[in-house]
Design a binder for this molecule. Structure first.
Ligand SMILES: Cc1cc2nc3c(=O)[nH]c(=O)nc-3n(C[C@H](O)[C@H](O)[C@H](O)COP(=O)(O)OP(=O)(O)OC[C@H]3O[C@@H](n4cnc5c(N)ncnc54)[C@H](O)[C@@H]3O)c2cc1C
Length: 399
């Protein structure tokens, strides 16, 4: 059971009918968005804030893809391996999250539950401790906020940690949100500003000629649009192929589970080299996540649940006594270089790509929504997204 099934349901005012009234070839929107995950909904929200007319098409329900499966960690530093544009983008988006949730809560009454309690990366063997030491030194050199903790200091911070803990890295500025709630809140805020969000409305084709997309084909009829944004997550490559656009995005399956904890045994996101644990406001601890490239079946497996359960109990022994709640899976949109694709499709005037966010789509949603909405409306993006261009992917593939 995916987590959103037990979470807040999208208010009826957002969930438009699958055959919206007035849905005909004569309807025009400034921006049409394909995909109602955290990325598509963030683009819709930011475009609506810019005053644009917006239509978003979601094949299933809002947040039914990877975004509904995500643990919701905002790990700009803990996920980074080196300085560079990717780190900068993640840090910028993490900064945006600090006010994003509160603004959405005020606009919609639906709280995405932002928490800034840091992330603790834990080593229980020498090899991993050495890796963490390497990360500590380059991040210190970059002037980032990071603390090296010995075993006692780590257990002072998180008393539930296993006695096998050798050392840990603490990233105090990292945080987390409730991902399905964030998506729903974005969708609701967008509709409050006039966006049309259509659920159970799979886009099955495009209206296109001479390097311009005139609109999308969806149930109920064709829609014309000034710009079209592809935000279809792991399905984006298949969608782009409809236009003859090469988009090497493939699924990286992740399995994840949750248990109930009467008293959360952790406060930060706690993560060793085998699993991570995230304490949710509703009393669940989420344990994630496996990684399997190229698998399309997103259902959780016995093997995945067994591996995660055993890793979680090793990291925080108290986890072994927590009642199991549910397990689910999702398909992360992966790219060949692990970085997202944000910006114009190569060779197309008004086709925008917003996908390939792999492990960090929730973190990167604010910055992606801001940048892509600007580009879709012919404005400059305040954030430089040129390192994430479609062109760099094409060049790397020799295309
Ligand atoms: C187990 C797991 C844990 C994760 N944990 C984290 C985390 O802690 N922090 C973090 O930042 N990220 C995390 N991620 C990654 C994150 O979930 C993704 O990067 C992010 O959700 C991608 O968002 P998206 O909107 O691009 O894709 P999705 O959420 O997959 O949305 C794409 C949507 O497009 C729709 N669609 C597809 N085809 C069509 C069509 N033809 N017409 C209309 N709609 C269509 C799909 O139905 C889907 O709803 C995790 C992922 C997984 C699987």
């Amino acid at each position: 059971m995916p987590p959103e099934a037990s979470g807040p349901q999208l208010p009826a005012s957002v969930a438009s009918a699958s055959h919206p009234p007035g849905f005909s070839g004569s309807r025009f929107f400034d921006v049409a968005i394909v995909g109602g995950g955290v990325i598509g909904c963030s683009v819709a929200y930011h475009a609506a804030r810019r005053g644009a007319s917006v239509a978003l098409f979601e094949a299933d329900r809002i947040s039914s893809g990877a975004s509904g499966a995500a643990a919701g960690m905002l790990n700009a530093q803990a996920e980074s391996h080196e300085p560079g544009p990717m780190l900068d983008l993640m840090v910028e988006s993490r900064r945006m999250h600090e006010t994003f949730s509160e603004r959405l809560r005020e606009e919609t009454g639906l709280d995405p539950e932002y928490v800034r309690a840091g992330t603790l990366r834990v080593a229980t063997d020498e090899a991993f401790a050495e890796k963490l030491a390497g990360a500590y030194s380059w991040q210190k050199e970059e002037g980032l906020s990071v603390e090296w903790l010995d075993a006692d200091e780590a257990r002072d911070l998180e008393p539930g940690l296993s006695p096998e803990t050798l050392a840990a890295l603490y990233f105090p500025e990292e945080g987390q949100v409730n991902s399905p709630r964030l998506v729903k809140s974005l969708a609701l805020a967008a509709t409050k500003m006039g966006a049309d969000i259509f659920e159970h409305a799979p886009v099955f084709g495009f209206l296109a000629e001479n390097g311009r997309v005139a609109g999308v084909r969806a149930p109920g009829g064709d829609i014309n649009a000034g710009s079209v944004v592809l935000a279809g997550g792991a399905a984006s490559g298949r969608l782009a192929a409809e236009l003859g656009v090469e988009l090497p995005v493939s699924p990286v399956k992740g399995e994840i589970l949750s248990v109930e904890a009467r008293r959360a045994p952790i406060s930060a996101n706690v993560w060793d080299d085998a699993c991570y644990l995230v304490a949710k406001r509703d009393g669940r601890i989420v344990v994630g996540a496996t990684e399997e490239v190229g698998v399309y079946d997103r259902r959780p497996t016995l093997g995945g649940v067994a591996r995660l359960s055993s890793a979680a109990s090793k990291l925080i022994p108290e986890m072994a006594g927590c009642p199991f709640v549910s397990a689910w899976g999702g398909l992360r949109p992966g790219t060949p270089d692990g970085a997202p694709i944000i910006g114009h499709a190569e060779g197309w005037d008004n086709l925008l790509i917003a996908t390939g966010h792999y492990r960090n789509g929730v973190l990167l949603a604010p910055v992606t929504g801001e940048a892509v909405s600007a580009l879709a409306l012919g404005e400059e993006s305040a954030v430089d997204v040129s390192p994430f261009s479609h062109r760099r992917i094409m060049e790397a593939a020799g295309l």
